[in-house]
Design a protein. Sequence first.
Length: 190
Amino acid sequence: MKILGKSFYTDDPASVAKKLLGKLLVRMYYGKRLSGIIVETEAYYGREDPASRARRGGDLARVMHGEPGHALVYGVHRNWLFNIVAHEEGEVGAVLIRAIEPLEGIEVMKKLRKVNDLRKLTNGPGKLTKALAIDKSFHKLPVYTTKHGLWVEDYMDVKEVVVSKRIGVTEDLDIPLRFYVKGNRFVSKP
DNA sequence: CGCCAGATTGACT
DNA sequence: GTCAATCTGGCGG
């Protein structure tokens, strides 16, 4: 078991988004491991990205300019979205975790989500945060240490990655910035 | 403090 | 397929 260090996230957002596929997102919840394989991500940039929250200024923009490897948790509608700050030195960016494949602590996750269907457990950004009990309290905390009960481990290599345009954004860039594992049934939208 | 848009979800036709 | 619930964050007053 190897925890991804800070340097893993000190890289271009799109590269980090792609590298994260196949990694294991782990949440220590009351002494139990809840985890899932990351199967879908999206990259967000700074001012030049119309869909990025960094455009609007405020605290979220500050965090996106800040330390790579820190969690960025923010609410839309009634959901928490979990991002990891990722960019090269002096740059801006973050990676949104959009879907994971449940691995450990599935029964606990089902309780937290109040659903029984495994496939619907974590196949969306708002769903996986609920399944792993991730909320605003993780905002700005580093995920390259086990100290706060949330981190990412090396796990497996992904054979085939599909690249597409981002989902749900009102105005997207021309470059496709969504990455997912080909054929995986836990991806939010194939 | 009030207004409003939104990187969503789930229920329903 | 459509559509509304519901709440956070940014911004103007």
